[in-house]
Ligand binder design. Sequence first.
Ligand code: SAM
Length: 274
Amino acid sequence: MTGYGSGADRIDTTRPHPARVYDWFLGGKDNYPVDEELGSQIAGLSPDTKRIARHNRWFMHRAMRWLAGEAGIRQFLDIGSGIPTEPNLHQIVQGSAPDARVVYVDNDPIVLAHSEALLSGSAEGVTAYLDADVREPEKILRLAADVIDFDRPVALSLIALLHFVGDGDGEGEGAYALVERLVERLPAGSFLVLSQLTGDFDPESVEKGVASYAAGGVTLVPRSRRGVGRFFDGLEVVEPGLVQVVDWHPELSLGDLPVETRPVPIYGAVARKP
Ligand SMILES: C[S@@+](CC[C@H](N)C(=O)[O-])C[C@H]1O[C@@H](n2cnc3c(N)ncnc32)[C@H](O)[C@@H]1O
């Protein structure tokens, strides 16, 4: 399903990319000096940045464990999947449900270049990678249908993705319309899981972070709790609701989560389509 070249020839090392900056936050090696420079600027604004990125990743782990376990989901469409970082989503869900089918989607050539690591799934399941932009929902749904049966429940995962998508002014369809279009194609019993940066707790630092990303050519759109809640309109948000990612079912963590004394400015939730 990759089918668009290796991606390596399209990697631009002259400007920072969200996937590579996040990889730097997570302590990965798939980033360049421009990414480290922006990452360091952000970390200078908030000393918790690296831990916050890890909390986001740990939220993904727990949400996927819950979806494959408690909710019994066997099909996963993960858009904005990021540079492979173990454990990856398919390793988590196929760990408990080896027959799980996973389609990863990202628009960054470096993720495509590393997608081999995302494709080594279980023998019983399927793992595929699609080089596409979330702004092309029709293309994603059409190509993902090779792996995912859209008549059966699907978990749509948009983790730490939507803060790179504006509300639609001047850049085509905005984040809310895109999520609506994707969710409307999922059958009842499907789930939406997402996380998103907020400026609710420390607006000044987050605004400076937005400016740093903008200087690097990257749009970053923090949203309030109400703004993030809008993505779940018409869906049933499961317990404990829309919360800071660190507070989402911490008991599902396999290790001890660091105790936070300051807010973790990323909201996350899981919701069921009725
Ligand atoms: C912060 S990373 C999150 C990775 C992973 N979901 C996680 O939470 O650990 C955001 C990812 O979204 C991807 N991304 C950003 N804008 C995108 C778009 N318009 N379409 C598809 N992917 C996008 C980036 O390339 C990056 O890999």
